[in-house]
Design a protein around this ligand. Structure first.
Ligand code: NAP
Length: 499
């Protein structure tokens, strides 16, 4: 085989650095190995793979996307114990796959990337431990759920019991004999409520905003079924495809008022709400905004859980945290031994706090001065040979992020193959990116997320959703079609002395 354009320019094969060894970083590593581009390192700040599945270990944590779809399509797993198994199984799956793919040897754990700077030919990378590295190609695989959102709440530091965010669960604290308070009513708080309410001395759920909750049962797989899956992987692929189709209808029903798929979903949520027997409690837990406006919650038993003994919903707003618990606006003190912050993440922080400087020293913060932008969710103007899995306007919400990452990493590989074959630096053109983002924002204003009368982490500083605003099958089609290189600025790499 002759020398590629990249080898002619540089005298070697391209080197890639991936930031993050979560689900998407492992996947990117797998794809590079498959393509024979094995000169790469994955930097991971934690001690193992799995990203958010390593950091979050709270009681009741499971994925609300079916596991036969929340996995790599080329590494289906016959051993899932349930349709929606708990965190330890998912965490183990990703770590096992990293090893099986041969990616594990490529990961440098406990190493955080501080800065990446394009020097005109490659990325110079500064690591927080004081060392440095370089790369021809930089891939951000940092995920959505690692920048913790600590609430600004007066008196929080004065609480004298145990206090932690759900992504920093302190397993040394016993729970059964304790009065537990959980702040928040997102997916996390709902799962914790199902796991703990009625099983501890007292459980208080502090609700600022009621949620729409779909009833979704979680059936175990029998040993026979698991053996069947192992013998006949086609059965797993059937579930994978069915779940993907269902996710498409689900997102349509959530996003658009006039969707034919909406009525059944709304009815499910209303029937679910009707399980609350006390009319006063039911009224307090009924949202005053449109169904689907916030990320939909799915649970087999949340409303049963909140009605268990020694369990209370507190919707009296929090005035402040005091040493013995929480003081509400109406002047009541709720005494607590453990305070759990289920207050979520700064989901749209993307690669931050890593600092990135592109062409002519322009910073990512400057390119993103108005709002985070990306061409086709994965590339950023003025940032040559830089790619993001799960970048701005990626589909998030009630769909499988593993599937999204598979589509995105496939598209990114096509870019990387072009870089390797031709010896070029590529970045999307600003004008092409602006047109795309304008289209996204115009479409985003047509969704329930924008019109539904709620606040949510989907919204940017102007109240417009910063996530993919079309049905998920459009994303699949567009990304599967591959990069349109006409929308890119493509420059030959400067010829350098062989390294
Ligand atoms: P979240 O959805 O962002 O919810 C945070 C909750 O904390 C909200 O109820 C919010 O109230 C409340 N909150 C925040 N600051 C507060 C304050 N100062 N005072 C009172 N309440 C406050 O967070 P999450 O539940 O941790 O979920 C984060 C993301 O993780 C989800 O969106 C989801 O993508 C993912 N997740 C997924 C699964 C899964 O099964 N796939 C499970 C758990 C989490 P408001 O609503 O009033 O803002």
């Amino acid at each position: 085989m002759g020398m590629s354009g990249f080898e002619q320019a540089t005298g070697r094969k391209p080197r890639t650095v991936i930031i993050g060894a979560g689900m998407s970083g492992i996947l990117m590593g797998y794809r590079l190995l498959k393509a024979g581009l094995d000169h790469f390192t994955i930097y991971e700040k934690g001690e193992s793979c799995g990203g958010t599945w390593r950091e979050s270990t709270y009681p009741g944590l499971h994925c609300d996307v079916k596991s036969h779809h929340y996995c790599y399509s080329f590494a289906l797993n016959p051993t899932w114990s349930k349709e929606f198994p708990a965190q330890p199984e998912i965490y183990a799956y990703f770590n096992r796959q990293a090893e099986e793919f041969g990616v594990l040897d490529k990961i440098r754990f406990r190493t955080e990337v501080g800065e990446a700077r394009w020097d005109g030919a490659k990325w110079q990378i500064a690591l927080k431990d004081g060392s440095s590295d370089w790369a021809d190609i930089l891939v951000s695989a940092t995920g959505f759920l690692h920048m913790i959102n600590y609430p600004e709440m007066p008196g929080l530091e004065t609480f004298k019991g145990a206090k932690f965010h759900t992504a920093r669960w302190d397993h040394s604290v016993s729970l059964e004999d304790k009065r537990i308070g959980v702040i928040g009513t997102g997916s996390t708080a709902v799962q914790i409520t199902s796991a703990l309410a009625g099983k501890v001395k007292h459980f208080s759920l502090f609700q600022r905003t009621p949620q729409w909750v779909l009833h979704v049962p979680n059936e175990p797989y029998s040993e026979d079924q698991r053996q069947e899956f192992a013998k006949n992987p086609g059965l797993m692929m059937d579930i994978y495809r069915e779940t993907e189709d269902a996710a498409h209808y689900l997102t349509m029903g959530i996003m658009f008022e006039d969707s034919p798929y909406r009525a059944d979903l709304v009815q499910n949520a209303l029937d679910n709400l009707a399980k609350i027997k006390d009319p006063d409690l039911r009224a307090r837990m009924t949202p005053d905004y449109a169904f689907g406006c916030k990320r939909l919650i799915m649970s087999p038993d949340f409303y049963e859980a909140i009605q268990r003994p020694n369990t209370e919903l507190v919707d009296d707003p929090i005035e402040r945290v005091v040493p013995e618990g929480i003081l509400t606006k109406s002047g009541r003190t709720i005494e607590l031994d453990v305070l759990v912050l289920a207050t979520g993440f700064n989901a749209l922080a993307y690669i931050r706090p890593v600092e990135v400087f592109g062409e002519d020293g322009i910073s990512l913060e400057e390119v993103w001065a108005k709002r985070p932008i990306a061409y086709e969710t994965m590339t950023v103007p003025h940032m040559p040979n830089f790619f993001m899995i799960g970048g701005p306007y990626s589909p998030v919400g009630n769909i499988s992020l593993v599937r999204v990452s598979e589509l995105q990493s496939g598209w990114i590989m096509q870019c990387i193959e072009k870089i390797a074959a031709e010896g070029v630096a590529i970045a999307p053109r600003q004008d092409a990116t602006d047109v795309m983002i304008e289209g996204f924002r115009e479409q985003a204003r047509k969704t329930i997320w924008y019109k539904g009368g709620c606040s949510s982490w989907y919204l940017d500083s102007e109240g417009v959703p910063g996530i993919y605003p079309y049905p998920s099958d459009k994303f699949k089609q567009d990304v599967s079609a591959g990069p349109r290189f006409g929308d890119f600025a493509i420059r030959p790499l400067p010829e350098t002395e062989p390294a």
